[in-house]
Ligand binder design. Sequence first.
Ligand code: PMP
Length: 200
Amino acid sequence: VLSEVQSELLSFRDSGMSLMEMSHRSKEYSKINNDAQNAVRELLNVPENYKILFIQGGGTGAFAAVAMNMMNRTGSADYAVTGTWSGKAAKEAAKYGKVSLVFPKADKPGSIPPESTWTLSPDASYLYYCDNETVDGVEFPYVPNSNGVPIVCDMSSSIMTKRVDVAKFGAIIAGAQKNIGPAGVTLIIVREDLLGNPMK
Ligand code: PMP
């Protein structure tokens, strides 16, 4: 891959210029964007009613984007805090609405409390969790049951390491740099009907 990138640096596919010099609206770049979306759709078997976005801001930017775009429905959201990154996501979301922790934050993260002990709010806009807590080494071996509330999952450090049923999620967020691409790209997979109700 690196050799291919190197060989295309002066002229991408006979366009006479590097990809880095090109308009993001050029047909060459549009094709790359579409091909990358199609590759994600194929690899993760993403249903048609989900948008696949490549955005900026890192995983951390997505913490705010999730709350600002998805919390408006009811004004509150449930967070399962199992470590550093879900903790940061919950703190960020609390700037925009009511955040309820579905179980008390552990002093020292290391395990996930049994689902039977979780307190879920039926009126939460979404249930948020982090599939793999990179810093703390806590990985979910299952997708939690949210009783129909849309699930938002941070898969920054687990995306494409295993098969997931995307239809179980309202949104999946993943900084690309760990598993799938260069730093600076964030992958968002989001169910279309959950969009269109952002905060002012
Ligand atoms: N979530 C998880 C699970 C992570 O491992 C990281 C990065 N270490 C982030 C979010 C934050 O991503 P970024 O550095 O792209 O803001």
